[in-house]
Write a protein that binds this ligand. Structure first.
Ligand SMILES: [Zn+2]
Ligand SMILES: [Zn+2]
Length: 112
């Protein structure tokens, strides 16, 4: 019984240290923070592009700069499941990151 407990504790400690190591390579030691690509659409010129961000989408200040027309009018988008067109992830009230209830193109729910 005691042996089983020790074994379980060891396995637990091993898992914890593996987890810590796995998470430890993000931005540690002054390296560049982890970046990821997001799809963006510009509300001004309608261009779609890919932007690199290094923070959670809800932490960023929206809209971000459009690489095509140089205007701060670009939002992350998802493709509408009904019509396939880009749906800007913009809160209609605040203008910040959010998920609209209806697709601006077809009026249906853009996401399942
Ligand atoms: Zn633009
Ligand atoms: Zn749609």
């Amino acid at each position: 019984m005691i042996r089983t407990r020790i074994a379980a504790a060891l396995v637990g400690a091993l898992l914890v240290s593996l987890f810590t190591i796995g998470c430890g390579d993000k931005g540690a030691d002054g390296e560049t923070p982890q970046q990821f690509d997001i799809k963006i659409v510009c509300e001004k010129c309608g261009a779609t592009d890919v932007a690199k961000v290094s923070d959670a989408l809800s932490n960023l200040a929206w809209p971000i700069d459009c690489p095509k027309c140089d205007t701060a009018a670009a939002y992350h988008y998802v493709e509408c499941i009904s019509c396939g067109k880009p749906v800007p992830q913009k809160d209609p009230q605040t203008g910040q990151f959010g998920s609209p209830e209806n697709c601006p193109h077809c009026g249906r729910q853009p996401q399942p």
